[in-house]
Structures are given as C-alpha cells and as structure tokens.
Write a protein that binds this ligand. Structure first.
Ligand code: CA
Length: 226
C-alpha cells in the first residue's frame, strides 16, 4: 500500500493547527504539527515531508518567512503560507521566499485542502517542458528548457510561478488575456487562487524585467504582451 503523503503544519495557534490537521487527515494525509520554526524544520527533514503549511507569525527567533527561506535554500518542497495580513502577501509570493501559495486568515479549511491538493497535483505532474524552445517576450529570452529568463544575455532570477507566467505570456503574444485566462493557463483550471495572485506575479515580473518586458495593462480586461 502506498504511504500517505506527510504534511508538516508549522503553526503556533493550536486551534488553527488542529483544524487544519483534522481536515487533512480526513483526506488521507499524514500530518505532523510543529509549534515553532526549529521543530518544523527538523520535522520536514526527518519525516520525509511532501509539503509544508507554514504560518508567517511564529514565536521564537524564527518567523515563518525565515523558515520558508531556509526550506527554499535546501529544497523545492511545496510551501503554502498562512498569512494574517494583506501586507505580507507580496513578500510571501515573491522570489525572496518563493512560497507556492498562501491563504489569508481566517480561511475555510475546505479551501485550504483544495489548494493543498492542487499544489501536490502540480508538483507531481509531468514536466511541462518537453521541448527546448527559446521564446521571445519583447527583449526577454524565455528559455523553456533551462527555465531561464535572459535579458541581454544575463539571466534574471525568477520564482517558478513567475517563470510560468512569463512563458504563458510569451506563448500568447499580442492577445489581451484576462486574469481568469492567466489563472487557468498558468496555475491550472482547478486552481483556487484569486485574481490578486495574477497581479502580484505581474508586478514582480515588471519589477525584475523592467522595460525589456513590454507588458501592457488592458483596463477592464487584464494584460497583453507586446
Ligand atoms: Ca501564529
């Protein structure tokens, strides 16, 4: 029999941790709880965790942002962050941390479970890079084989989802794409994220690629490359 996937929940609020724990177990996951960052990091290491659910606000010397940074320094394990404030979202999704997704408290446990499943499906899915094309997005080279964006021959570091968004735009030049189309194309049709996720990633791409990326905002619709 296949071992159930282990999810480490790093959250100091026992009510939230127990609720998440209960819903995940109902779906057949194995759950390990940790109340602070240090314990969470060792649990991820020792329990062969498949995914991490991580609260931003944690007691002790290490908050959730730091825990995510350390996880990212070692592995690609999917991370879903629990945030308490809107202001945390940009940092959580940005390259600085590279979390896969976030939910803002208070959240519905059902939605959380749906997102966990979507993230794991995507992580387990086949590679979407069978070819080896280099696409152009304005002056940005989008190398789909190496998953690299280059401007003037220099690699620009992008988070995984930022690269996926850039690639999707490069595959659909000249089209005004609405946020739902971008969500479906980049995050998948079963993704629960909202339009805000698209805007955050677009903002990051613009910040990192600057004038090299001719990405226009189409008012009332969404975005258009070129
Ligand atoms: Ca907390």
């Amino acid at each position: 029999m296949k071992e159930p996937p282990t999810i480490v929940v790093i959250e100091d609020d026992p009510n939230i941790a127990d609720l998440v724990d209960m819903y995940l177990r109902q779906e057949g996951f194995r759950v390990i709880q940790a109340e602070h960052g240090e314990g969470g990091l060792s649990a991820v290491r020792d329990q062969r965790a498949r995914m991490v659910i991580l609260d931003v606000g944690l007691p002790g010397g290490m908050d959730g942002l730091e825990v995510c940074r350390r996880l990212r320094a070692q592995s690609d394990i999917p991370v879903l962050m629990l945030t308490a404030r809107d202001g945390e979202i940009d940092r959580v999704l940005g390259l600085e941390l590279g979390a896969d997704d976030y939910v803002t408290k208070p959240f519905s446990p059902r939605e959380l479970v749906a997102r966990v499943k979507a993230i794991l499906r995507r992580a387990d899915g086949p590679s979407r890079d069978p070819g080896g094309d280099v696409l152009l997005a304005g002056d940005v080279e989008v190398d789909t084989a190496r998953r690299e964006a280059r401007v003037g021959g220099q690699v620009v570091a992008l988070a995984a989802r930022e690269f996926d968004l850039l690639r999707f735009l490069a595959e659909n030049p000249g089209l005004a794409l609405n946020r739902q189309q971008l969500l479906d194309g980049v995050w998948g049709a079963d993704w629960y994220g909202d339009a805000r996720t698209v805007d955050v990633h677009v903002r990051q791409l613009r910040k990192k690629l600057g004038d090299a990326l001719p990405l226009a905002t189409v008012w009332g619709i969404g975005y258009r490359l070129g």
